[in-house]
Design a protein. Sequence first.
Length: 102
Amino acid sequence: MISRTIAALALLTTSVFSYASPELLVPLEVPNTQLDHVETLVIDGDINDSLQLLLDNTLKNKNSDFYVIDEISEDTFNNTLTVVITLYNQPILLPTDDWSLS
């Protein structure tokens, strides 16, 4: 009984401090939504690396809600991959006191 309680508390505390990774958005969705621009990142990596792994490693310490891949380019001469992404946050909309339907 005590071990179950301790395990449940440990799971609860780790889930409270975990952060979700940003979600990928299609660039066409950005103009149609109200998003706050956070920053633009240029990620350089090896051409043989996985794009998903490169993005995951970069975004794991970023605190944003969404990201958009703006550009992907390869330099076969130098064996590099460059990815430009933009990070966005969803604004927190607080309720207003105006409840009129006009």
